[in-house]
Design a protein around this ligand. Sequence first.
Ligand code: COA
Ligand code: MG
Length: 300
Amino acid sequence: MSAALPIRSMLFIPGDSEKKLGKVAECGADAVIFDLEDAVSPENKPLARKLVPEYMALKPRGQRPMQYWVRVNPFDTGMTLEDLAAAVPAAPDGIMQPKTDGPDDVRRLSYYLDALEAAHGIAPGSIKILPVATETAVAPFRLGDFATAGLERLAGLTWGAEDLAAAIGASTNRDATGDWAFTYRMARSLCLLAAHASGVQALDTLYVDFRDDAGLRESCRAARAEGFTGRIAIHPAQVAGINASFMPSADEIAHAQRVLDAFAASPGAGTVGLDGKMIDIPHQKQALRVLAQAKAFGAI
Ligand code: COA
Ligand code: MG
């Protein structure tokens, strides 16, 4: 379980683009991810490693408008340490770790962060980790292991369909209806379950069509109804729709309060009646979750 702050929206910012870095302060996301990985070409990696820490250092932790995360290159590229050495001195709130095979990769990154935090006077354990936990062929098999891995820095789990398709030689990750094909739906569900089994945030993958606001909102509402707590964004225009869709509605908040009131009125009861329906402990848990989310983002 991690003490990481809750996130509805996480907006990717290509780390080599001064223009896009200039949009961060106004973007309204709960977190931004400065990308050093696939949004940056090999020849621009050094530029991104310079621009991102310079930008982050403009505002120290505690004075930032949102959480600052950095996506580093994965271990098999040989670039991870260089990325971390560049980013950590600017005290990111977290590292997004792509193409992880499982908890062992996260543990290895965590050890690197132990050393780098000590070297730069950053509070030990304060840099969290968000693995993209389905991007290799073996990764989906190891999702369940996160629950017992004891990774203190783990803030959430997210998943990706594009790299998984590339990893398994698939020419598409969609089925005939345009939905995710079975392999990707399976990976997504396992990621959702693993996040909750680990007591961390479940962040859905990006919605590619960044001009389709109605489709994004519908997709986010469905994801939230399934148990996802937030989502990745690739374009500033997606942030408002994601933030709104991952907030409980006024009706949900009112209902959750009534569920808790019903339990409070019958101390010690495991089941109570509300509006002619039985409600029990799972309903109480869900009501607490709804109210916690509403509180975290100032809706109550
Ligand atoms: N962060 C910050 N600013 C962004 C942005 C982002 N992710 N995406 C777009 N913008 C800015 C653009 O620079 C543009 O600014 P301007 O009005 O001053 O010219 C404005 O928002 C409108 O952008 P638009 O023209 O609609 O999109 P685009 O064609 O410039 O960019 C993408 C489209 C997909 C290339 C861009 O959104 C992007 O780079 N997204 C992130 C991709 C990424 O990081 N992927 C890695 C994870 S898969
Ligand atoms: Mg990728």
